[in-house]
Design a binder for this molecule. Structure first.
Ligand code: CP
Ligand code: NVA
Length: 310
């Protein structure tokens, strides 16, 4: 049996594969907007396992799989044996014998890696403590739609060096752009945890204004990610000066866009003026989760489709 292809972190795909996926996403999105059916995954089943809450990820995978002609099954820790101590390795063997693809949102990256090792079918990371590759796939597609190729551009990340930040950093190494990160002291990027190979695509700034200066894209995320709720009070104090506001957007490039993976907390990591303002592309960004993941699922299950995309 051929080993399945997984998508566990951003660097699991090459630059050429991303070029294909972005072109394919544009083609799929256009067909979707024209209400043209496209069912390459007819009769295929996606299992979605959630150990943390979700709105966008669940909705975009479930709707996306249906739109591709297949179906999706939702499992969570509360109502399945996963929450009662069944080993991940056993769950992977059983679940992957009854389905064609698995998407998992969980805690440590090691959990999804163990699952993938024992899975007969492709496994997709729907967010772990360390990474959120599907989010950055959507974010970069959104940037390309609005501003063209991301190669050589500058992204400013303001806030926590979390799963979304780590994935931006990996993407910069794969797709050749720069990320300027500003975090409060004590919350800096850990290059090893971020899975970086150290190609010099990232720089740290203690002043968030400096990180934003001249950036083509300014982005942030919640101060307290899922799983870190116990630190919430301390984080509210530590991150108080790391709110993306109009002054930060002012020093970025005049045509800079603002992104946020959502859900957002207005008045914490971003001001309402910025997220609801003219430079914000957050609704396109959220919608594009659907389109990029359809391209990804199609690619992992049937490979490149020659001829019928840009
Ligand atoms: N951005 C994102 O992954 O959203 P959800 O937590 O709602 O899935
Ligand atoms: N960093 C956030 C992203 C949520 C989509 C979290 O992990 O909670």
């Amino acid at each position: 049996m051929k080993a399945p292809r997984h998508y566990l972190q951003f660097k699991d795909l090459t630059r050429e594969e991303y070029d294909y996926l972005f072109a394919r996403t544009a083609w799929l999105k256009e067909r979707f907007k024209r209400y043209e059916p496209h069912h390459p995954l007819f009769d295929r089943t996606l299992v979605m396992i959630f150990e943390k809450a979700s709105t966008r990820t669940r909705l975009s995978f479930e709707a996306g799989m249906q739109q591709l002609g297949g179906s999706a099954i939702y499992l969570n820790t509360r109502d399945s044996q996963l929450g009662r101590g069944e080993p991940v390795e056993d769950a992977a063997q059983v679940i992957s014998r009854m389905s064609d693809m698995v998407m998992i949102r969980t805690f440590e990256q090691s959990i999804i890696e163990r699952f993938a090792e024992y899975s007969r079918v492709p496994v997709i990371n729907g967010l772990t403590n360390e990474y959120h590759p599907c989010q950055i796939l959507a974010d970069i597609f959104t940037f390309i739609e609005h501003r063209g190729p991301i190669q050589g551009k500058t992204v400013a990340w303001v806030g926590d060096s979390n799963n979304v930040c780590n994935t931006w950093l990996q993407a910069a190494e794969v797709l050749d752009f720069q990320v300027r990160v500003s975090t409060p002291p004590g919350y800096e990027v850990e290059p090893e945890r971020a899975g970086l190979i150290g190609t010099g695509h990232f720089a740290h700034f203690s002043d968030p204004m400096e990180a934003c200066r001249g950036a083509d894209l300014v982005t942030t995320d919640v101060w307290t990610s899922m799983g870190f709720e116990a630190e919430n009070e301390e984080r509210m104090r530590d991150f108080a000066d790391w709110q993306v506001d109009a002054d930060m957007m002012q020093v970025a490039n005049p045509d800079a866009v603002f992104m946020h993976c959502l859900p957002a907390h207005r008045g914490e990591e971003v001001s309402a003026e910025v997220i609801d303002g003219p430079q914000s592309v957050v609704w396109d960004e959220a919608e594009n989760r659907l389109h990029v993941q359809k391209a990804l699922m199609e690619y992992l299950l049937i490979g490149k489709v020659e001829g019928d995309c840009a």
